[in-house]
Design a protein around this ligand. Sequence first.
Ligand code: WT7
Length: 652
Amino acid sequence: MSNISSVLEEKRLFPPAADFVGNARLDADSLAELKAAAQKDPSGFWAGLARRELAWQTPFTQVLDDSRAPNYAWFADGRTNASANCLDRHLGERGDKVAIRFEGEQGDTRNWTYRELHAEVCRLANGLKSLGVTKGDRVVIYMPHTPEAVIAMQACARIGALHSIVFGGFSAGALRDRIDDASARLVITADGGWRGGNIIELKKAVDEALSSGCKSIEKVVVFRRSGHEVAFDDSRDVWWHELVATQATACDPEWVEAEHPLFLLYTSGSTGKPKGIQHSTGGYLLGAHMTMQWVFDIRDDDVFWCTADVGWITGHTYVCYGPLSNGATILIYEGAPTVPDAGRFWKICQDQGVTIFYTAPTAIRALMKLGEQWPAKYDLSKLRLLGSVGEPINPEAWMWYHRVIGREKLPIVDTWWQTETGAVMMSPVPGATATKPGSCTQPLPGIFAEVVDEAGERVQGTEAGGYLVITQPWPSMLRTIWGDNERYIQTYWAQFKNRYYVAGDSTHRDADGYYWIMGRVDDVLNVSGHRLGTMEIESALVSHARVAEAAVVGRPHEVKGESVFAFVTCNGERPQGDEAEALIKELRAHVGKEIGALAKPDEIRFADNLPKTRSGKIMRRLLRSVAKGEQITQDVSTLENPGIVAQLQGKA
Ligand code: WT7
C-alpha cells in the first residue's frame, strides 16, 4: 500500500512551539505526571477526575465495575445530568458568555449566550415532557447542522431521554430502519436544511419514513428553518415554535444514574445492519470533558470550531458535550465549504475569530486542491491550534495544513478515535508532544493501547505492526449495541477471547512508540470521513430487481480517502453499452434512496459472475486490486470462469 510506505518513510519531527508551550494547560512534565498516575492506578485516576471535573447530584462511591466484563460500568452509584453539566453550572460565572456563534450558508448569523441557551433547552425539554416523553424514551433527531440540533440534544439529556441522531444526509429508508431499531417515540426534524444553495427536504423524508414503518412514533416536532412549505399532519406533527411558545424557561434536570444511556448513535459495521452504539452519561461526559482540555487546550477566550455535523460522533463530543461542559464558545456553520466560493471556511475563521479549528483530512485535501490563494485572502492570525480527525491524514495534506493554515508554527493534533470510543483516544497533546506528519502519536492519559498479532499476542520490539487493541476499560467506551449485546461482544471482544477491545484498525508503532493508523481490517469503508459498511451497500444494490449479486470494495481516492466501487451481476443478460449506462444511473439513484447520497457507488461494473473461492467466498482482495487498476497477481485458476477477470476490469 502506498499509504504504508509513504508514512513509514516519514521522518520529520515537529516539537511543540515554545510560545504555545508557555501558555498551555499541559506541558511535557505535567503530561508525564498524568500518565504516570494513570499507569499506577487507572480507575483511581479517572475517579479523581470525575469527582473534580463533573457536577454530581449524588457522588459515586463505586468506580469501575468489571464484574460483568466486557460490559463495564463506571461510577454506577453516582447521579448526574449531562445538560446540567453543560449549562446550569456555567450560569453563575458565564451566563452572559457566548456559548454558540452561528453562521448559516446564506450569511445569517446569531449568537446564544449560556443563559439564552439554557432557557431554550429548558423550553424544549418542557415541551417534550408535555408530549409525554420521559426518562429512557428514545428520540430521533433528524436535523440540519444548526444550534437547534444542539438544543434538541441538550433537551433530551435534560429529561433523561436518549437521543439518536440520524445524519441529515441519510435517506428516508435509512431513517426508518434506525427509528424502528430504537423504537423511538418521537422525531425532531426541520422543514429543511441548507446545503450548497439547495434545501435538503428533511420533513419530507420523515413523512416518507413514517409512511413505511415507524409504528413506535407518536409525534414529530418540526423546526422551521428553510421556511418552504411542507406537508403537515395536524394529529401527529407539532411546530417547534408553537410547542415551546408557552413553556417555562426553567426545567429541573432529571438526575440519572451515571450508567443511564445518554444517547444511541448508529454506525456501520461488517454486516448489512447498522449498529446502535450506546453511550453512558457519566463516563462519556468525562471523556468528552477531559479531552477538550488535554487535546484542545480549551480556554475561556477560545472560539472552537469543529466542522463535523452533529449527526456524527465528532459532532456529539466536540460540538455539543465536550465544549459546553467546559463552558467554551463554539462556532456552528450550516453549509458547504465552497459557498459562495472556496474561501468560505477561511472567511468564517476570520470573521468569527476562530482560535481552534478541527476538521477532517478529506476537507483539508479538498481545500488544498482549490489553492493557496483562498486562505491567503483572509486574516487567520487568531488561529492557535489545528486538528484532524476521521481517517489517516497523508503527510502531504498534513504539511499543507501546517504550512498554509498553521503558518508553520501552529500545533496540529491528529486525533484517533471512533464512534465506539466516545472521545479521543490517541493524539498529540499540543503543548507537550512532538508531532510527526501522519501519526496520531500516543495514547492519552488513562488510555492503554497495544499492537497484537493474529493470535492476540502483544507484538514487541521497536517497529511493531498488527491489530490495534485497547487493553483496559475507559470511562467513555461504548456500553453495548442497542438491543444486541451478543453482537457487542462478538464485534469488539471475542476475537481475542475478551482480553482486549478490538478497534478494527491495523496499526504500526514506531521506535518512538508513536502509532500510525493503517486503516480498517474489516469490511468498513471510510469515504470522505464517513463510515460505510460494504455489506450495507451490497444489500442496497441487491434490493434492486435487476441485481442478482453485488460486491463492494473501497478504492483509494485522492480527496475522499476512499471511493465506493461496486461489482454487480444481473438477473438476465449482462447489460452492455447504453443499457449498462442506464442501469448504472439507476443503481446509483437506488443506493441513494436506500441509504443516502453519501453511499452512492462512484463506479459500477457488471460481470457474468463474481470471483469466488471454492468455498464460495467472494475474493475481495482480487476485487480491490481490480478496482485499483493493478496488475492481477493472484491465482485465478480456481475461478469457475477465469474470463470474468477481463469483465471485472472493464475490458470485455
Ligand atoms: C474510524 C472510526 C471518531 C472520529 C470520526 C470517525 C478512522 C478516525 C483517525 C485518525 C486514522 C482514523 C479509523 C477508525 N479514524 N480517526 N486520526 N487517523 N484513522 O469515527 O465513523 O466511528 O470511524 O475512523 O479507521 O476506526 P467513525
